[in-house]
Design a protein around this ligand. Structure first.
Ligand code: CTP
Length: 403
């Protein structure tokens, strides 16, 4: 856990996005961080110190001239006794104060007094974000070394207005925190990767579809592991019940054809890891209306047609990534079949696993894989899917160090 024992001073300022902080506090603490909250007066109009304090399991600091707090912690210690100062949401007002060095409440005083890295997640109306003073302030803050996450494009809470100004999602803020606090080596920095994950759903009619047992756990873990090594990762995921991995751009699709389109749109990349259990076939003519039972008639036959082979398409593409990794789900002759797939799909590496029902791999938490490449076969013992992901990401990174 990268955030284990890390102390984050979370400054919450007054914006409707403050409600997302409650989720953010949970996510930060799940990663091992401790969160010490500071709330401005404005923030307290949107969420209560009681809720924030309960989730953070710490005292919530609100007053600059609080006798108790000053004796106990003091604003200077508050500013220094942490590893990161995070401002989320950061209003146009706090940005203006920070840019001009104003210190007229606890939040702005702490921000002026700190010698720790500062990350801000701006949130405001698009017109305020685009306003010349805010632009100037953002530029000043960047030049002062303040880190930014967001704002994002999207609909505003208070109106039907759309534009740039939405606070980054808790997941994205967490990713930015992880990125700043992670001092491990990043051998894949500057490399782009695309990963497919999960099953595809091929519609029969509006309510029925063909699917498989893939959970997306292995593909999602690989996307996260590549991102942790610094890669810029796009994950194209079929329908799964797990959350989007941290630090990864996730595109959600349903059908194989949609997955192929999303993958091709992401090219060129350096690395492609195709983990998805793409349905080999789709229903030739899926129906727009629900297929009804007709009394006296048997079930309508389903005519299937082949889906595009995404790995094969990428493996033979004019913009073929430098490293193409495929998976092979087999129930027999695992290595032999994987070798055939290595050639036919134009891959550099095939990660083969035995998905016979008794292995429990499909949908389970563990995996036992064999890596087949031109160099031979590497047999890895049974381990968690996260560990497989980390080892595979390290192997991919090593490929680029040597290449
Ligand atoms: N794959 C793909 N597109 C498909 C089918 C498979 O991209 N339409 C990719 C998978 O993501 C995986 C690899 O091809 O990386 C092998 O998948 P697998 O299901 O083992 O092989 P198939 O090509 O489907 O062959 P078979 O089902 O006959 O074993």
């Amino acid at each position: 856990m990268i955030l284990k024992d890390k102390r984050i001073l979370l400054i919450i300022t007054g914006g409707i996005a403050a409600y997302k902080c409650l989720e953010l506090i949970r996510r930060l603490r799940e990663q091992g961080a401790s969160v010490r909250p500071v709330m401005t007066e404005g923030a307290q109009k949107f969420i209560t110190p009681l809720a924030v304090g309960a989730l953070a399991a710490d005292h919530v600091f609100t007053e600059l001239f609080s006798r108790e707090d000053e004796q106990d912690v003091g604003h200077i210690r508050l500013a220094r006794d942490c590893d990161l100062v995070l401002v989320a949401p950061a209003t146009a007002n706090i940005m203006a104060k920070m840019a001009s060095g104003l210190a007229d409440d606890l939040a702005s005083t702490v921000l002026l007094a700190t010698d720790k890295p500062v990350l801000i997640a701006p949130a405001m109306n698009p017109k305020m974000w685009e306003a010349a003073p805010t632009k100037r302030n953002a530029e000043t803050l960047r030049a002062d070394g303040v880190h930014f996450v967001g704002p994002n494009k999207g609909e505003m809470a208070e109106s039907s207005e759309a534009g740039v100004g939405r606070m980054a999602e808790p997941n994205e803020i967490l990713a930015a925190v992880l990125h700043l606090m992670d001092n491990r080596e990043k051998p894949l920095l500057g490399r782009k990767a695309i990963v497919t994950s999960g099953p595809t759903h091929e519609p029969i009619d509006p309510v029925r579809y063909i699917a498989n047992r893939s959970s997306g756990k292995q593909g999602h873990a690989i996307a996260a592991a590549l991102a942790a090594l610094g890669a810029d990762v796009t994950l194209v995921s079929g329908p799964v019940n797990i959350s989007d991995p941290i630090g990864v751009r996730t595109i959600h699709v349903e059908r194989a054809e949609e997955m192929r389109d999303a993958v091709l749109a992401a090219l060129p990349v350096d690395i492609a890891v195709m983990v998805a259990a793409v349905a080999d076939w789709r229903v030739e003519r899926s129906q727009g209306e629900k297929i009804k039972k007709v009394p006296g008639e048997g079930p309508a036959p389903l005519t299937l047609t082949e889906n595009p082979d995404i790995l094969k398409t990428v493996g033979h593409h004019a913009l073929r990534p430098k490293l193409v990794v495929g998976f092979a789900a087999e129930t027999q002759s695992v290595i032999e079949n994987a070798r055939t797939k290595l050639k036919s799909k134009g891959a550099d590496m095939i990660v083969a696993n035995d998905v016979s029902a008794e292995t429990g791999i499909m949908g389970g938490d563990r995996n036992a894989v064999r890596i087949i490449s031109a160099d031979g076969v590497d047999i890895w013992p049974d381990m968690s899917k996260e560990m497989v992901a980390e080892k595979l990401a390290a192997k991919i990174a090593a490929y680029f160090v040597i290449a």
